[in-house]
Design a protein around this ligand. Structure first.
Ligand SMILES: [Zn+2]
Length: 251
């Protein structure tokens, strides 16, 4: 079990490194395969030992090996997070089909978080690609109620659409489409909890941002990372959260 977990963590680190590339290149219409990764400052092509997830960043002390320009700590953080979330997926679902769905969901979030932080957009091509995978995935690992995916999609899309209209553009088109896809994978109950927790995370994140002066009042902020936090908590811990809540209201 320890070695399987370690293996999944390592795979997660490697995929995380790939998701950084995808998230940064797809919105620009660049190929995700060529050219090889290079330093954005000096354009020196990264050698094999500069491409090791997390470790390269550590032994280069966060700087380019060639020109010593600082490398964003976002890269190793996303790699570590991917590794950890792949492990959480495996530990929660074990050797079941749902683990594959969970890993796909984590992958989608890693890519769109990078895009959203870098460009404030969620690329359509990434959403369409993952939606196709989820349609196949939910065919192989169906929800308990056969119509739950379609209902979830309608709820996810409808909810965000109404909020976009009411808030007059407070919610981007990418967020609406993302919630339609999430609704399809999660079903209507989990997508509702995801929405609740994401807005809660956004409100907390926004307030903290204002307090520490990172965000200015009225400034738009990327909502993607909050959707990731809210959705993964809702998806991984739906049952304990609902049980806890039920106990709370019964008291
Ligand atoms: Zn460089």
């Amino acid at each position: 079990m320890f070695f399987v977990t370690l293996y999944i963590f390592t795979i997660g680190l490697i995929f995380g490194s790939f998701f950084n590339v995808v998230g940064l290149r797809v919105p620009n219409g660049q190929s995700i395969v060529t050219p090889r990764s290079a330093c954005p400052a000096c354009h020196h092509t990264l050698r094999a030992k500069e491409l090791v997830p997390v470790l390269s960043y550590m032994w280069q002390r966060g700087k380019c090996a060639n020109c010593r320009t600082k490398i964003s700590s976002l890269y190793p953080c996303m790699e570590l997070l991917t590794g950890l979330l792949f492990v959480v997926s495996f530990l929660l679902f074990g050797f079941q089909g749902e683990t594959a769905i969970a890993i796909l969901l984590v992958s989608l979030f890693m890519i769109i978080t990078v895009s959203d932080l870098a460009y404030m957009l969620i690329p359509n091509r990434v959403l369409v690609f993952f939606f196709c995978l989820f349609v196949v995935g939910r065919f192989i690992v169906p929800p308990t109620l056969w119509y739950d995916s379609l209902l979830g999609m309608a709820v996810g899309f409808g909810l965000l659409y109404v909020i976009a209209v009411v808030s007059r553009g407070g919610m981007g088109g990418g967020d609406i489409k993302l919630y339609a896809v999430l609704g399809y994978v999660l079903g209507w109950k989990v997508v509702l909890l995801s929405f609740f927790l994401s807005t809660l995370a956004g409100a907390i994140g926004g307030s903290v941002g204002l307090l520490i002066g990172r965000v200015k009042r009225g400034e738009t902020m990327p909502f993607g990372p909050y959707i990731m936090v809210g959705t993964l908590i809702a998806y991984f811990f739906y049952t304990p959260i609902i049980n806890w809540y039920m106990n709370l209201v019964n008291l």
